[in-house]
Design a binder for this molecule. Structure first.
Ligand code: KIV
Ligand code: NA
Length: 268
């Protein structure tokens, strides 16, 4: 049996070889990514890339648990972290803890992630002190879209830069084992990485972070959306279109199924 990567393993990699992370939502994709990644995130981005929602606000605990279970059936070695959905952790530390415990118990994942607003540090501490490893998330916070008015790069002004740096420090001091830094300029990403003792996992935050994450469906060209920070390593939309087009033509021409793909009655 393979030993699974743990929260302390990830924390210990501060400043070392960059930590490789991707999102995963299904068993077969988790199986493929597990060969290459240190950490798989069941991101609430699944609301957008799997379920067709306009943003992540509508994602529920049930959706996160269902996909967390699917990913855990595919991942053997990588650490699996499940996002806490909007509304499941902001109200109180007690509610956050209860929901986090539900996610850990029902999926078997190793940790949860929360988007760290100014009030979330106390909640992170509450959960960590009670046995729930927590990953933070600062900078661009997709769950705050209704406050921010859109997905926008963060920390371009001095006041916001200081607020994000403070949130990252508070997240680390609260006991988070790592922190996602999203959509900030390189200078701020490097400043945060130097200021905190836990690994920073960047997305749209430069190579100055201790690790990187992307939404798998974005980097594979499956989800039709290319913010500046996504590098396309594949074009699955085109691949699937080609395959399905060929199938459709074969069906219409009665070329599929062929002799090798049908059953024959037994003699006698
Ligand atoms: O939901 C998600 O996929 C995320 C990552 C992009 C960090 O939070
Ligand atoms: Na997320």
């Amino acid at each position: 049996t393979v030993k699974r990567v743990t929260a302390p393993d990830i924390a210990a990699r501060k400043g070392g070889t960059p930590i490789v992370c991707l999102t995963a939502y299904t068993t077969p994709v988790a199986e493929i990514l597990d060969d290459h990644c240190d950490l798989l995130l069941v991101g609430d981005s699944l609301g957008m890339v799997v379920h067709g929602l306009p943003n992540t606000v509508g994602v529920t605990m049930e959706m996160m648990i269902l996909h967390g279970q699917a990913v855990m059936r595919g991942a053997r070695k990588a650490m699996v972290v499940v996002d806490m959905p909007f509304g499941s952790y902001e109200g109180s530390a007690e509610t956050a803890y209860a929901n986090a415990v539900r996610i850990l118990k029902e999926t078997g994942c190793q940790a949860v992630k929360v988007e760290a607003g100014p009030t979330v540090a106390d909640t992170i501490a509450y959960m960590v002190q009670r046995g729930v490893p927590v990953m933070g998330h600062v900078g661009l916070r997709p769950q705050a879209i209704n406050v921010d008015g859109g997905f926008k790069a963060k920390g371009r002004g001095a006041a916001e830069r200081k607020r994000i740096l403070d949130e990252a420090k508070a997240t680390a001091e609260a006991g988070a084992f790592a922190v996602v830094v999203e959509g900030v300029a390189e200078g701020l990403a490097r400043e945060i990485t130097q200021a905190v003792e836990i690994p920073t996992i960047g997305i749209g935050a430069s190579a100055g972070c201790d690790g990187q994450i992307l939404v798998t469906d974005d980097m594979l060209g499956l989800f039709d959306w290319t913010p500046k920070f996504v590098r396309r390593y594949g074009d699955l939309r085109a691949e699937i279109g080609k395959a399905v087009g060929a199938y459709a033509e074969d069906v219409r021409a009665r070329r599929f199924p062929g002799p090798a793909e049908i059953y024959f009655a037994k003699a006698g």
